[in-house]
Write a protein that binds this ligand. Structure first.
Ligand code: HEC
Ligand code: HEC
Length: 220
């Protein structure tokens, strides 16, 4: 009987702790105030890809990257101070990641009626993010992407679970990451030393990046 009661207490305590861990989007938005200086209010990134887009990225992936920055398994000098435990706890990481993952940016030009005022037009434009087309052989890019990347990053580049969205991300940012992977400075999918990117020619990577910019707006 006594044991039973202790067990119930323990179970209740567990519930309280774990309920408190539920994501708090308001808190996430507040934390994003710090991130906005570089990644923008809407998480659209900036300076042509120096700061990656975070809006609409997979929450599980965002969390993992923030933890990697904190642990320095992925080196990010500008961000390192912001990811230290006193700045960003595990709970904060969950909240800000969920908040960013939930920001939807459109991949279509806004259709103005001509009746909006300047501020409304500005707000409409802020919700749109279209990556300029990159040059490359689209057919080759598509063939390689669908054969070697889609299993993890999704057929339409939207990622899934811990696998990041690639479509709608800055081309220059993706290219920089591909270079880091190739040099072995950032681990990709590999269990040994050689990952899938190392099996490609440089032009193939460019073609894949071009293909990704061509499938932003799904054809109807
Ligand atoms: C001082 C500028 C700066 C601030 C502030 C900043 N970041 Fe970053 N962040 C960067 C840079 C630069 C990169 C790209 C690093 C690279 O090229 O590998 C980056 C990359 C990231 C990535 C990896 C994206 C990906 O696709 O892999 C995540 C996630 C991220 N930042 C989240 C955040 C969050 C959340 C905050 C706020 C708590 C934040 N950042 C604040 C500069 C900043
Ligand atoms: C076996 C699964 C898998 C396959 C196949 C795969 N990837 Fe990835 N990719 C990942 C994972 C996991 C990450 C995140 C790694 C990390 O945590 O840093 C990633 C990250 C990336 C990133 C960085 C995204 C960012 O926001 O920083 C790029 C670029 C990328 N992959 C390109 C490719 C390309 C191009 C291919 C096909 C040639 C490919 N990947 C195939 C698993 C995969």
């Amino acid at each position: 009987m006594r044991f039973c009661r202790q067990f119930l207490f323990a179970a209740a305590a567990w519930l309280v702790t774990n309920t408190a861990v539920a994501v708090d989007l308001e808190k996430g938005k507040e934390i994003n105030g710090t991130c906005a200086a570089c990644h923008g209010d809407q998480g659209a990134g900036g300076k042509k890809g120096e700061y990656p887009r975070l809006a609409g990225q997979r929450a599980a992936y965002l969390e993992r990257q923030l933890k990697s920055f904190r642990a320095r398994t992925r080196i990010n000098i500008p961000m390192f101070p912001y990811t230290q435990e006193r700045e960003l706890s595990d709970e904060d990481i969950k909240d800000v990641s969920a908040y960013l993952a939930g920001i939807e940016l459109s991949n279509r030009m806004p259709t103005y009626t001509g009746k909006e005022d300047a501020l409304t037009r500005l707000l409409m434009a802020e919700k749109v993010m279209i990556i300029p087309r990159a040059e490359g052989d689209l057919a080759n890019g598509e063939a390689i992407y669908q054969k070697k990347c889609a299993a993890c990053h999704g057929k339409s580049g939207k990622g899934r679970g811990m696998f990041p969205v690639l479509v709608g991300q800055y081309t220059s940012y993706l290219k920089r990451q591909a270079d880091l992977y190739l040099k072995g400075d950032r681990p990709h999918d590999e269990e040994g030393v050689v990952g899938v990117l190392n099996t490609l020619k440089e032009q193939d990577i460019q073609d894949i990046l071009a293909y990704l910019t061509s499938i932003q707006e799904p054809s109807e």
